[in-house]
Design a protein around this ligand. Structure first.
Ligand code: ATP
Ligand code: MG
Length: 577
């Protein structure tokens, strides 16, 4: 058990106290309604209300370019830019609730588009810039895109060939074109130049649609998840209690806005708290990342296990080689964070890495290790105050809650928190299947210990049934990762006539280690000793890399399909290595 040593007055200094007195109405009071009681609008809370205060000249967004030069946008400037974009939408005749997509790298125009769209009360939907034409087409057509903001290069390469098949896409706005091409294909700078910087945000109802996000596609075809403006309450509450924002913080979320983390926590939440958010336009590079942490004096850093594992593999000792005194929180989401990684954080940064759990569907962080709380490495932490989370068995569409500690079951969340999704686009039946009465079924399995901490077991779809045991791949992978030769591991169940399923592991060895029978037996023996022969892998295959989604999640279903010679299914989010 490890406690954070850095001295700060945390917003959540006593979990039980905050939890017992928490109310969403009180959170709403910390935000400012639009004038004349016109409701809570995400962009108003994130920008305009700060632009009227001493924060006007504070840097809201700092964009770091490839050559590490940077561009700053203050809250005052961001207010003007986003109002202009809202006016552009008005001029184009876009209607409230229509969908505005972005398909670009992490450039300033993407952020202006996102927040300007929210001001206008249209719906923002980001696409990851490295998607090929097919996944882009799928999402634009399923999402009924009206407007697309993209770059000239991406337009030429990936969008132009699709245009005929996208009749409802009325406008394409190119971030880097100096002139309009036609009434449909227009220049972003030109439209902005002609737009007024004054925009009065229309009445925004709590249930007004705000965001459309496609899931990572880890378990199948990505789902289009719809969120409403009221989600701002969760964003704000998690910024306060989990990310523990204080004025003057410099924050860096490494996720791309193409995924929900990059929007909820890479755009909205830091702005809600008036802090400075750093955005790196480039992809992962260890030296670059450590240099950014140092140069921009990052105080709060939100990243993912996949990046942490890549850093852990290197010989770099960040705290000895870089000045990282300002760094007081490191958080991780997206996949289970192995206990080793939490401890590595403690040893290398002097602070443990705080794991937290949530999904595209929950819109914001739901379970977290809070900065003030004792961290149990390997655990996801405790529920966000205001959200009821339980472990349950599901039998014949009925829930039976498990109250005894340390028994695994389905992780379920009680409806009623503001950021729970309001639908899967065009898939009502699939949406309805996610609920039993008042409870949302997350599709993940977990257990809760006697202290109220939740521990991730696996996705219900991935659970392996072997010789009458239920085995979570994550548990086996975690054990394998403790072997000194193992860099990465992915575990699946392979159908077996005798034992039901056989535990099979795909292992990437650390660089310089040769894959041979001796090392295979050594890893196998190591796992058996720690886990017992029933659960330890019976087969180990050495591979060069593990297939992952672009958001960094292990695609076990793909490994399984390949193993069984079955069709690969939707691989639009597969990271090409
Ligand atoms: P799809 O729903 O399309 O299969 P996905 O579930 O991977 O894709 P996301 O919504 O991006 O799409 O990911 C949420 C899932 O990621 C969670 O349900 C959980 O399985 C996993 N996850 C996220 N954070 C954690 C965490 N801290 N520990 C363990 N698992 C996590
Ligand atoms: Mg999911």
């Amino acid at each position: 058990m490890i406690s954070i040593k850095k001295n700060i007055d945390h917003h959540l200094s006593n979990y039980d106290k905050v939890q017992s007195s928490f109310s969403w109405d009180e959170i709403a009071k910390e935000l400012n309604e639009l004038p004349d009681g016109k409701g809570l609008n995400i962009a108003h809370e994130a920008i305009d209300r700060h632009a009227q205060t001493h924060l006007k000249d504070t840097v809201a967004l700092r964009f770091i370019r490839k050559d590490r030069s940077f561009q700053d946008l203050t809250y005052g400037e961001l207010q003007k830019q986003t109002s202009k974009f809202a006016n552009v939408l008005q001029k184009l005749g876009v209607k409230k609730g229509e969908r505005v997509f972005s398909f670009a790298g992490r450039v300033p125009e993407l952020y202006t588009t996102a927040l300007g769209t929210l001001k206008y009360t249209a719906v923002f939907c980001p696409l990851f810039s490295v998607f090929g034409p097919d996944p882009v087409f799928q999402r634009l057509s399923r999402g009924d895109a009206t407007v697309l903001v993209t770059t000239s290069l991406l337009f030429e390469k990936k969008i132009k060939p699709l245009l005929e098949r996208l009749p409802s896409l009325r406008f394409i706005i190119l971030t880097d074109a100096s002139e309009h091409f036609s009434a449909q294909i227009m220049s972003f700078p030109k439209l902005m130049e002609q737009a007024s910087a004054e925009f009065s945000i229309p009445e925004t109802n709590p249930e007004d649609a705000a965001l459309l996000h496609f899931t990572s596609g880890t378990t199948g075809m990505p789902k289009g998840v719809l969120h409403v403006h009221q989600a701002v309450l969760t964003h704000y509450a998690t910024g306060k209690y989990v990310l523990d924002f204080h004025e003057g913080d410099r924050y860096w979320c490494t996720a791309d806005p193409g995924w929900v983390t990059g929007t909820s926590y890479g755009i909205i939440t830091p702005l809600l708290h008036g802090v400075t958010s750093i955005i790196d336009e480039e992809e992962f590079d260890a030296i670059r990342w450590y240099s950014i942490l140092e140069e921009h004096k990052i105080s709060i850093w939100y990243t993912a296990p996949t990046a942490i594992r890549r850093l852990m593999r290197l010989e770099i000792k960040p705290c000895e080689e870089y000045h990282l005194e300002d760094l007081r929180l490191i958080l991780s989401v997206g996949e289970p964070l192995h206990a080793e990684a939490v401890i590595w954080g403690q040893e290398n940064f002097g602070i443990p890495i705080l794991d937290n759990w949530w999904q595209t569907e929950t819109g914001g962080i739901m379970i977290a290790n809070y900065p003030s709380m004792t961290v149990k490495p390997g655990s996801m932490g405790k529920p966000l105050p205001g959200v009821e989370i339980a472990i349950a068995e599901i039998n014949d569409k009925e829930l039976k809650f498990i109250t005894e500690p340390n028994i695994q079951g389905h992780l379920v969340l009680k409806k009623g928190f503001p950021s729970l999704f309001r639908g899967y686009l065009h898939e009502e039946e699939r949406y309805n299947k996610c609920f039993i009465g008042e409870w949302y079924l997350s599709g993940d399995l977990a257990k809760k210990d006697a202290d109220g901490y939740f521990w991730f077991i696996g996705r219900a779809d991935d659970i392996i049934k072997t010789s009458g045991h239920m085995v979570g791949p994550f548990e086996v992978e975690s054990t394998l990762m403790r072997h000194p030769a193992v860099a990465e591991a992915a575990v699946i169940g392979k159908p077996d006539p005798i034992i039901g399923e056989l535990v099979k592991a795909f292992v990437v060895l650390k660089s310089g280690i040769e894959s041979n029978e001796e090392i295979r037996m050594d890893i196998m023996g190591f796992a058996r000793k720690l886990m017992g022969p029933a659960v330890a892998p019976k087969e180990i295959e050495f591979v060069e890399s593990i297939p992952k989604t672009r958001s960094g999640k292990i695609l076990r279903r793909l490994l399984k399909a390949r193993e069984l010679g079955l069709p690969e299914g939707d691989i639009s989010t597969l990271e090409q290595s």
